[in-house]
Design a binder for this molecule. Structure first.
Ligand code: ATP
Length: 350
């Protein structure tokens, strides 16, 4: 199964929700659409499902143009944010619903729904009503219902957002395992970066109806192409660079660094992630350290978070182990760089 979206445009009246997007999804891939509210994630999902008419562009599934096919003829299932289980039907009836609509016999329906309930570790829950299941069990029942018709693609709209924080983390691991087990192509929408990172083979980062960048989670984190991607996908400080005596320096400091992807340095900013930096409270200023002011400190369980402001006004949240003494607010600390081999972005502002 290969899904191709070609030059997709979707306008709602004067609002351009999707602005000429093209991408390809490979067979069995787990792709996540990630971006801020209103960037067009759900609209893309609905276009693939056939729930939204296109303004222009085409959708191909295995080489066939399905742009104008009705949702029921697309071999695509969708799992909604609230799971949308029918409240008056048992779990078995819910799971078997798609087969019943296709006229599959009761014997075959029961056989297949038992198999899917077993796959989802819900054997023995078939006679219950949705209201008698926990959040995680409802999610697995909804997955069984969406997968029982063997769709070529499963679309997941914020599949974990209805759950509490602990369950979200546990169930995203389960979702990943279910994906590996069934091998169906999953396309998921979320605005949670950690979730996207944990689940996906690839992520498409969207902004204002366009794809900013698409790639593996590591590629997006390590080599963002734009400031938006660098800042949306993980925390960072975007530090201007300049040249002095043939060396590349973080502007305003004596800190030398090596830029992995050099271009016009005058327009470049280095991407500095929190884990590249280490705080030394009361340390002396040296060639290899940067001065910063402590703006805030916060206990985060296993780590503490220290928010610092550099002399050029950039602000960054750094993690320090609980064993390390917290620097007092408004004092100055020295920040050392654990790596000076940095990725850079050509600034859009200069
Ligand atoms: P969220 O994360 O908040 O769910 P999203 O990224 O899924 O947002 P979409 O729901 O795809 O965003 O909406 C994209 C844009 O299209 C938004 O500006 C939204 O207001 C607009 N939009 C979506 N559906 C409609 C509609 N039926 N009529 C008018 N405008 C719409």
């Amino acid at each position: 199964m290969t899904l191709i979206l070609r030059n997709i445009v979707k306008n709602f009246g004067k609002i351009c929700a999707i602005d000429n997007i093209s991408f390809k999804v490979e067979d069995g891939e787990f792709l996540t659409l990630l971006g801020p509210s209103g960037c067009g994630k759900t609209t893309i999902l609905r276009i693939i499902a056939g729930l939204e008419n296109l303004t222009s562009g085409q959708v191909f599934l295995d080489g066939t143009d399905i742009s104008h096919k009705s949702p029921t003829k697309r071999d695509v299932s969708i799992m909604f944010q609230d799971y949308a289980l029918f409240p008056h039907m048992s779990i078995t009836e819910n799971v078997a619903y798609g087969l019943r609509m296709r006229g599959v016999s009761k014997v075959e329906r029961n056989k297949l729904s038992n198999k899917w309930l077993e796959t989802m570790q819900l054997s023995g829950f078939g006679n219950r009503l949705p209201s008698e299941l926990s959040g995680g069990q409802k999610q697995r029942a909804a997955l069984a219902r969406a997968l029982i018709t063997s769709p070529k693609i499963l679309l997941l709209d914020e599949p974990l957002s209805a759950l509490d924080a602990n369950l979200r983390i546990r169930l995203r691991e389960e979702l990943r395992k279910i994906h590996s087990k069934v091998g169906t192509t999953f396309i998921c929408v979320t605005h949670d970066q950690d979730e996207a990172m944990a689940l996906s083979d690839r992520i498409a980062i969207l902004k204002e109806g366009k794809i900013e960048q698409m790639g593996s989670p590591n590629k997006l984190y390590d080599e963002p192409k734009t400031e938006f991607v660098a800042e949306f996908f993980g925390k960072c400080a975007l530090w201007p660079l300049n040249k002095k005596d043939g060396n590349t320096l973080l502007a305003g400091t004596n800190m030398e660094c090596k830029v992995r992807n050099p271009s016009n340095l005058g327009k470049c900013k280095a991407v500095i992630r929190p884990e590249y930096l280490k705080i030394f409270a009361n340390g002396k200023k040296t060639q290899n350290s940067i001065n910063a002011k402590v703006l805030d400190v916060l206990s985060k369980g296993s780590n503490n978070q220290v928010t610092v402001e550099f002399e050029n006004g950039l602000i960054l949240d750094l993690q320090i182990p609980r064993s390390q003494k917290l620097p007092p607010l408004s004092t100055y600390v020295q920040i050392k760089m654990l790596t000076t081999n940095l990725h850079s972005i050509t600034s859009q502002l200069n």
